[in-house]
Ligand binder design. Structure first.
Ligand SMILES: NC(=O)c1ccc[n+]([C@@H]2O[C@H](COP(=O)([O-])OP(=O)(O)OC[C@H]3O[C@@H](n4cnc5c(N)ncnc54)[C@H](OP(=O)(O)O)[C@@H]3O)[C@@H](O)[C@H]2O)c1
Length: 273
């Protein structure tokens, strides 16, 4: 299995995103994904599907230590007591024991970062999560969080695909020894309509979505594409039987646009440009 390593944490390079998956469909897709070789699942308190993700893992019959499950603390739960309580709730929903990687889903200016990071480190110390990290952190926030955690954070998960230049935050991840994990790695399906990705894919018998994903994993970035369709699960994980050339990587890098960001909310931090 291909993994991205950071500080002793081995993150399977391809995971399944589960935002907007719910109910029996979510259980079924997770179970099927495990059959097809997925070993990494991305959920969050905000997605309301931790129960179903845990149920899919258990229903598959796989040994617990063979899967890597990520969940994220909601931005309203970042005060220390709420953080600890919400993580216990997540564990209760998932019913798979310790969380493999626990992330802070978004920064929240209303709670001092020092308090949140201390609470996150305590959750790890208390054995509720094997590894801890952040999501949607900018260069400045990563610098501060890394200092406050004394280097304990292993990951930053952020929007990353060929249409958005994320070189600054990627550089900060490398500087701090954190694994980058790309969300919306096929630009919410937008990659499949791109002529450049399609043309490169055609030469190799691959889809534009696969080229988008390969472009990221080839740079040492883990990807967590989401699909509700069982037939696309196999497509999104078949990324390791080909390699993009230097010229193809450079051509894909030119697709980044200043307005390429998809996920932007009122509570988003000041993004690096
Ligand atoms: N940390 C955060 O703040 C954050 C934010 C956003 C997302 N995430 C995580 O990242 C995961 C992935 O991101 P995302 O859901 O925003 O976007 P994405 O994975 O880039 O795109 C998902 C969309 O692409 C379609 N799709 C999937 N595979 C395809 C393929 N092979 N060909 C064509 N279309 C395909 C899906 O439709 P079908 O279902 O019809 O296949 C779906 O509409 C989320 O599920 C979530 O776990 C995290």
């Amino acid at each position: 299995m291909h993994v991205i390593e950071a500080k002793g944490c081995r993150i399977p390079a391809v995971g399944l995103g589960t935002w907007q998956l719910g109910g029996r469909d979510c259980v079924r897709v997770v179970e099927q994904a495990i059959r097809l070789g997925y070993r990494h699942f991305d959920t969050a308190q905000l997605y309301g599907n931790e129960r179903e993700v845990g149920e899919g893992v258990r229903a598959s019959g796989i040994r617990r230590e063979e899967v890597f499950v990520v969940t994220k603390v909601a931005p309203d739960n970042l005060a220390p007591r709420q953080l600890a309580r919400s993580v216990r709730d997540s564990i209760g929903h998932l019913r798979i024991g310790e969380i493999d990687l626990l992330l802070l889903h978004w920064p929240n200016k209303g709670v001092p970062l020092k308090d949140t990071i201390e609470a996150l480190c305590n959750v790890k110390r208390d054995g509720l999560a094997r590894h801890i990290g952040v999501s949607n952190y900018t260069v400045a926030l990563l610098d501060e969080a890394d200092r406050l955690s004394e280097g304990r954070l292993v990951c930053n998960q952020f929007e990353c695909h060929p249409f958005l230049d994320q070189s600054k935050v990627l550089g900060a991840c490398r500087l701090h020894g954190m694994a980058p994990v790309a969300y919306s790695p096929i630009a919410r399906g937008g990659a499949r309509r791109d002529a450049t990705l399609e043309a490169i894919g055609k030469k190799r018998g691959k889809s534009a979505a696969q080229i988008s994903l390969r472009y990221l994993v080839q740079q040492g970035i883990a990807v967590i594409p989401r699909t509700s369709k069982v037939e696309r699960l196999a497509e999104n994980i078949a990324l390791f039987d080909f390699e993009l050339s230097g010229a193809e990587m450079a051509e894909i890098a030119t697709l980044a646009k200043p307005d390429g960001r998809i996920v932007d909310w009122a509570w988003s931090p000041q993004w690096d440009r």
